[in-house]
Design a binder for this molecule. Structure first.
Ligand code: M6R
Length: 596
């Protein structure tokens, strides 16, 4: 949710910042802006729209230090005025997060004669900085005084006229600092630093970095010196490009086999399994609670079917946003599993914090090893899907299904673990087969012309139906719902007519007839039906009834969601393309939701 970047000690700050913003654009694309310090003065360009909107204006800015921002709007609509950086007097500031007490600060500052030019919460920051700088005539003191007034979540990068360099502040939203070639950098994520920084360090909550004259120093919010350990920029944190694909979504769907393979590789050897088993033994859990948002919630839901059956103990699943505000029975005998691709979704990170405070042991299932979630967790369950740029999660979902299956198997014991690990390795080829064989075009055309698309499934196919529906909605804007197949007749069937399409997921042969009768009911009411089923699962009458049939290879039940989801992802992708949508950057969305 908003990407920020800063640099100091470079030849052409505007060029560096612009390049970094392109890598951060997945975090928000409502507006973009850059401020550079050149000739002792701050020069700013900012525009509503994507990063490309500032390309021309930024090209001539130059400067040796500066800050940049790509925005996902929270307070104030996307506009030039609400675009960051926000400037006041000698300060220019970019912000990721939400200043929760902005209204009272704004009122206070307005009473003191300050004029505001935007509707954002963020603009109070440069206003406060300017006020405190006038009082103390000292940058550090101004920054400390300013942050002491802020409530909420804030990653900030600050530029101050007369001070060559930048300041970066971290509280609840990420800041990574980097050094290389005599320059200093800061950014919301590592790929934005690739090709720039050689060594990186992750700022902790409540830390401030001062970049001056090619050097960087740190302090906490009280002003006490802090030290950070730098390590080489991980090879995996590289800047990602399309490489011949028209969109990241289809590129990343094609990377699913590699995501499954690399996730399996992270579980090879005994380390991960031993950590999981040791945590389980030490605490003697009696229940598992799983949380996530969006796609991560769906992968948790799917994994819970296997986990509960295998362990014979309750495995509950809740969306992270609900968990936090619901008094759920979680304590020392609970294993809390937080699932998040980015590891920085605010609801999920806060849910994990709350569970930890309640005494639970927290496992983080994440694709980003240096994320905020890993900082909260007692141990990490690795997903190795690689950097995911498209806002719609695809390969990370498959990586999560694989990691969660191995996680539950490790809790059960060595025999189950070996069997699941070998099945995950085998799933790489099944995914590749599914990608190459699926013809999604006809179903996508039907979706594109439908007034609503209803995804149905039973058992472990139900979370897959939810995920198929989410994918279609978010990238194509075609309305619809995911439903348990048996529930359709209890209300939603009222929506079925000749304009609607139902997509049934059937991978569990024992339940095939049950879901098939839901399809019959839909067709009897004039609805159209598509079926995604495991080979050998579809009853003969269903083959006749369904207008579209996509077969996927059969596999171990706990891994079936990572295969059966692929046709649904491809259908969503093709529907978006047919309708002329940008599947990588759907309207109103951002990849990392770091606000509550
Ligand atoms: O990074 P996370 O997995 O925590 O993100 C959670 C959701 O915001 C995310 O899955 C979202 O639903 C995606 N856009 C789905 O494609």
């Amino acid at each position: 949710m908003c990407g920020i970047i800063a640099c100091a000690g470079v030849k052409d700050a505007a060029r560096v910042l612009y390049g970094g913003l392109q890598d951060l654009e997945y975090r928000g694309y409502d507006s973009a802006g850059i401020s550079v310090l050149s000739g002792g003065k701050i020069h700013t360009v900012k525009r509503a729209g994507r990063v490309g909107a500032i390309a021309q204006a930024a090209a001539g800015l130059g400067g040796s230090c500066g800050i940049g921002h790509t925005r996902w709007a929270t307070h104030g609509r996307p506009s030039d005025a609400n675009a960051h950086p926000h400037v006041c007097g000698r300060f220019s500031v970019v912000h990721n997060g939400i200043i929760e007490n902005y209204a009272e600060l704004k009122k206070e500052l307005a009473c003191m004669g300050c004029t505001f030019f935007s509707q954002t919460d963020s603009e109070v920051v440069p206003q406060l900085l300017e006020r405190y700088y006038a009082e103390y005539n000292d940058l550090k003191q101004a920054v400390l005084s300013c942050v002491s007034r802020l409530k909420g979540a804030f990653a900030l990068a600050i530029l101050c006229e007369g001070e060559e360099g930048f300041v970066a502040v971290k509280y609840r939203n990420p800041i990574i600092v980097g050094t290389g070639g005599g320059a200093v950098y800061a950014a919301s994520d590592m790929p934005a630093l690739s090709g720039l920084a050689e060594n990186v360090a992750v700022l902790k909550d409540g830390q401030i970095a001062f970049a001056r004259g090619g050097k960087i120093s740190f302090c906490d919010f009280e002003g006490a010196a802090a030290s950070l350990t730098f390590s080489p920029l991980p090879a995996a944190a590289k800047s990602v490009r399309l490489g011949g694909f028209p969109h990241y979504m289809i590129k990343e769907i094609n990377e699913i086999p590699a995501a499954v393979k690399n996730t399996a590789a992270a579980f090879e050897g005994e380390d991960v399994a031993r950590t999981i088993a040791r945590a389980a033994k030490k605490r003697g859990f009696t229940s598992v609670m799983m949380c996530g948002c969006g796609t991560a919630y769906h992968s948790a839901l799917a994994a819970a079917y296997y986990g509960e059956e295998l362990l014979g103990m309750p495995v509950r699943v809740e969306t992270a946003g609900e968990f936090r505000y619901r008094k759920m029975a979680v304590g020392a005998d609970t294993l809390f599993v937080a699932v998040s691709q980015s590891g920085e979704t605010a609801d999920t990170v806060e849910a994990a914090r709350a569970a930890k405070q309640a005494g639970a042991t927290v496992a983080a299932v994440t694709n980003v090893p240096y994320s905020a979630l890993t900082g909260v967790a007692d141990f990490v369950v690795p997903v190795r899907a690689g950097t995911e740029i498209c806002v719609a999660a695809t390969k990370s979902y498959c990586g999560q299904i694989a990691a969660l299956a191995m996680f539950f198997a490790a809790l059960k014991g060595a025999g189950e673990y070996r069997s699941v690990l070998s099945a995950v390795k085998g799933a790489e080829a099944l995914c590749a087969q599914t990608i190459s064989r699926t013809v999604a075009e006809d179903v996508a055309r039907a979706c594109a012309s439908s007034s609503g698309v209803y995804f149905i499934g039973r058992g472990i196919d139900y979370p897959v139906a939810l995920e198929g529906s989410l994918k279609l909605k978010e990238v194509s804007y075609v309305p619809g719902e995911g439903y348990p197949a048996g529930e359709l007749k209890h209300g939603t069937i009222a929506l079925i007519d000749s304009g609607t399409l139902a997509v049934a997921v059937i991978t569990q042969c024992g339940l095939a007839e049950k879901t098939a009768s839901a399809v019959e009911q839909i067709c009897a009411r004039g609805g159209r039906a598509a079926v995604v089923c495991a080979e050998g699962c579809a009853p003969a009458h269903l083959r006749e009834r369904a207008e579209f049939l996509i077969e996927v290879p059969a596999c171990k039940s706990c891994l079936s969601p990572l295969v059966s989801v692929i046709p649904l992802q491809l259908i969503a992708y093709r529907t978006a393309v047919i309708l002329g949508r940008d599947p990588d950057k759907p309207r109103n969305l951002a990849k990392s939701v770091t606000v509550e």
